[in-house]
Every structure is written in structure tokens, then in C-alpha cells.
Design a protein around this ligand. Structure first.
Ligand code: ADP
Length: 272
């Protein structure tokens, strides 16, 4: 005698399985799509400098031997385009690394203030034309699970931007503070600011507000996408407030290594 199986009992499971499969397929498709988009974005970005260098090489081949002016001009233009490509490729590598970053938070504790202060001092030295302020008096060490070189990289991107997009008022303000179970690092400038409609998109790769000015002062539009991916890998957040003409304020937030302990410590201190 054949055993009869009541299929209806499995209908719900089958349904759920179907849905799951659909969802997974959707995710795979998105992934493939985003890979294709990336390749297409990168090709697009590299095409311009390649075309320029090719043009100069043609000039050199034709006139370079006889015309010292063409020779000097084309060589220096080619060199600066190639340097730009080098920066672009490096930034793309950084973005890919940030996207692939898997963090084992248990193995890292960094005292944030030391890193922030070191970067702050370096920038002060390199950009004496700016007036710098730092608001980061912390009574106890703030420990966060982030690799110090990564934190440094994040700060450098934000500070570089603050400088690049400053106008007349050359002022940068850095802040470090605890906020509940988080540490917050703020980078504020008083420069050109970002229009409301652009705010959501500045974290997209290759997005630049002012696309016409490819060379100056903007870069490749990768800095903030690196920030976003890297911050996410550490379970942190990046926020921005900005208004056209009055400046921008970026804020990085990371969970404290041991928030419960920090709170208790603070309470104990205030009891004294
Ligand atoms: P870029 O290399 O162009 O600076 P980012 O990804 O770092 O690329 O930034 C993307 C865009 O966001 C910039 O091109 C610029 O238009 C805008 N932006 C970023 N930071 C600031 C800032 N501090 N002030 C004004 N605009 C900014």
C-alpha cells in the first residue's frame, strides 16, 4: 500500500520557500546590476583622462621634435592627467576595500581622542592659512572598536573636503564628544555648503555637486562613498547638515566599546 502524503500541509512552506527564492534572486540581480554599474561608472571616469593623454601623445608625435613649447606643454599635461588617474585608481581601490571590509570588533579598541588630535595637529601644520578650533575635552578615554588607520582615513577625507569647499571664511571646527552609547566626531566648515537636493546624493560614488569643475576644487566624487561604506562596516553612522552659502557640518558616530560601563563610570563621577 502506498503511503499518501497530504501536500496541502506543505503548501505554506512551499509558498515561503518560493518567496525566499524570489527575494534571493532579486538580491543577486541587484548585486549583478550594481557590479555592472560600477564597471560602467569607472570606464566613464577613466575615459576622459585617457582621451586627453592620447591627444597629447598625438601632438607630441607630430610636433614634439620641432616645437619645444608643444613638447613641454603636452608632457606636463599628460603627466598631470596620469597623476589624476593614479589618484582615481587609488580611491577606487579604497572604496572596494571599504565595501569588502569585515570587521571583527572584539579584536580592536582604539582610544579615539589620540587619533583625532593627531590628525587635527597635522592639518593645522599643513594648512596654516585656516583658523582651527577643537572642542574635545574628554575626562576619560573614549574607546571605540575601529582600526586607528581607518579612523584616520575617515577624518582625512572629511577635513580635506572642509578645506576644498571653503570659500572666504577659512575656518574648520573639529569636535569630539560622547552622546549616550555613542561617540560623535564633528567636522564643520563655513564654506560653500550643499544644496538640500544634493544632500542625499553626495554619498553616492562619483557624485559631485559641481560636475563642470572636474579638476578644481573637487575630486573624483569617491571620498564620501568611502566614508559611508567604512562607517557602515564598523556599525557607525555618518550624518550631514548643510546650507548653501553658510557651510557644512559632518558627523561620524560610532558605538562605544562598552557603553554600560561608560554610563556607570560617568554616574559615579558625578556622584563625587
Ligand atoms: P570629491 O572628491 O568630489 O570631494 P566626495 O565624495 O568627497 O568627492 O564629495 C562629493 C561631493 O560632495 C563633492 O564633489 C562636493 O560637491 C560635495 N561636498 C563634500 N564635502 C563638502 C563640504 N564640506 N562642503 C561642500 N560640499 C561638499
Amino acid at each position: 500500500t502506498k503511503k499518501r502524503v497530504d501536500v496541502s500541509a506543505y503548501n505554506q512552506e512551499l509558498d515561503e520557500l518560493g518567496q525566499l527564492l524570489n527575494q534571493t534572486m532579486g538580491q543577486v540581480q541587484n548585486l549583478v546590476q550594481s557590479q555592472q554599474d560600477f564597471v560602467s561608472d569607472v570606464s566613464h571616469e577613466l575615459r576622459t583622462p585617457v582621451t586627453i593623454v592620447k591627444g597629447h601623445l598625438n601632438l607630441l608625435a607630430r610636433w614634439g621634435k620641432d616645437d619645444p613649447e608643444v613638447l613641454a606643454d603636452s608632457l606636463s599635461s599628460s603627466l598631470s592627467e596620469i597623476k589624476r588617474m593614479e589618484v582615481l585608481v587609488n580611491e577606487m581601490l579604497q572604496l572596494t576595500r571599504a565595501e569588502k571590509l569585515i570587521v571583527n570588533k572584539e579584536q580592536i579598541t582604539t582610544s579615539v581622542a589620540a587619533v583625532v588630535e593627531r590628525v587635527y595637529h597635522d592639518f593645522q601644520i599643513v594648512h596654516p592659512e585656516f583658523s582651527w578650533t577643537y572642542d574635545g575635552e574628554v575626562s576619560q578615554p573614549i574607546e571605540v572598536a575601529i582600526r586607528p588607520d581607518h579612523l584616520e582615513q575617515l577624518l582625512i577625507i572629511l577635513l580635506d573636503n572642509a578645506i576644498k569647499y571653503s570659500t572666504d571664511r577659512k575656518e574648520v571646527h573639529l569636535a569630539l564628544a560622547k552622546a549616550g552609547a555613542w561617540v560623535e566626531i564633528g567636522v564643520q566648515d563655513f564654506g560653500q555648503g550643499i544644496a538640500h537636493d544634493d544632500l542625499d546624493r553626495i554619498f553616492d560614488r562619483f557624485y559631485r555637486v559641481d560636475k563642470a569643475r572636474v579638476h578644481q576644487p573637487g575630486g573624483n566624487g569617491l571620498g564620501l562613498s568611502i566614508v559611508k561604506k567604512m562607517v557602515a562596516a564598523y556599525g557607525g553612522q555618518v550624518q550631514v547638515e548643510s546650507a548653501l552659502g553658510s557651510g557644512s557640518s559632518f558627523r561620524l558616530r560610532f558605538p562605544l566599546v562598552d557603553p554600560s560601563q561608560e554610563e556607570v563610570l560617568e554616574e559615579k563621577q558625578s556622584d563625587l
